[in-house]
Structures are given as C-alpha cells and as structure tokens.
Design a protein around this ligand. Sequence first.
Ligand SMILES: [Zn+2]
Length: 233
Amino acid sequence: MNLNHVEICRGLTSNNFAQSLVAQLDRKGSLSPKQEYWVEKLANESIVAKVPATNAVTGLDRVNDIFDDAALNLKYPKIVIQFADGTDLKLSLAGPKSRYHGAVQLTDGRPFGENQYFGRVENGELILTRDGGARAVELESILRSMSTDLGTFAKMHGQKFGNCCFCRKELTAGPSLNAGYGPICADKYSLPWGEDVAPEAAKVMRPWARSVDAQVAYDEGADITDGASDDEK
Ligand SMILES: [Zn+2]
C-alpha cells in the first residue's frame, strides 16, 4: 500500500470513512485488501479533485521547445487535435501582442471572443483556466505524450482522423497516410520522414508538394482571420 495515500487519507479530516480506515491501520498495523483498495481509491479521487487548484503540472518544457523550434520555420506554428468528446484542442504560440508572449496557448480553435480558453504551457508548466481545469487529466495526458514523442503522437492522430495535426490537410498520398503527417510538416517540425520511402515513392509526392503555397496560405490565413495567435488571453 502506498504510504503517501495513507497520509492523504489522514488529511481527509471531514471524511469519516477515511478517518476510520486510518484509525484501523494505526491500531492493527495492516488493513484487509478491500480496505487497502478504499485507501487507494479515496486518495486518488482526492488527488484528481485537487489537480486544477493545487498540484502544479510541470516538466512540459518539450511542448514549449516544439513550438519555439517550429517558429523558426513558420509564422504561426500550431497543432490541432481533438479531445475524447470531439471538442477541438488547438495549441498555438502566443504572439508579441499577447500578455503571455512565448507561451503555448490552449483553446478550442474558435475565433477569439467565442472560443474556450483552456490555459497555456509556460516554461514547461501547465497553467489551466476553469475550462481547462475541467479537462485537467486529459490535457496533461495529451501534453505528456506529445512531449515524449511528437512523431508518434502526430502519427496516431493522422492515422485515426486522416488529417495532419499541424496543417489539418487531408492525408491522401500513401507515404503521408503511412507517416500520419505530410512531408512539409515533417520538415517544419523536424519529424522523421522518408527513411522508409523508396525514391520512386518520393516522386509520387510531387502533386502533394505542389500545394505548398496553398498550405502556407491556409496556415497563415487561418490565423490572421481568427487572430487566435496574438489575441488570446
Ligand atoms: Zn501537415
């Protein structure tokens, strides 16, 4: 049994059941498996309930690094994925006009003023609003897997939804479907591309590559029109 969890239960002074479990442990030196189960359950519920308010979520520096690096190649780097309930989650870099300049902003991607603002990642720390707090566990999980391996993260998204999580372009060419993102975004976000693509297959990519201009226009236009990169707060 996790002793931290025992201490968490000890701190639940208004919960008579938790107090009874701790008192029995103190008296007898051990608990039945069923009682231990309840200690874990009460402690875990307590931890989850406290995440938005007290437990700092840190160690997400890689999320900031991904956007800082991409900003060397792109004016408005962004990643758009979905929560389990289908709500969009858009990550974008706060521009110089934002009070959180340099932070990675987390919204539902709708235009400023109508959007939900979940919070931001700043110097590796996840800072949540009330909307974000309601999704704290899922947000942390998403950001951690993104930090661990962006390529695999993007691949899983692309193969599940059939579009690239960076530019939202539909994945149609075989190599892109296989990778889960296109060659342009692979380049902009420093992701692996082409090791498994034969030269002949690479030539097939030409029609896709011809849409670079369209993609860039889309990327920049989308952010200019909704102002999301600069004006969220
Ligand atoms: Zn893309």
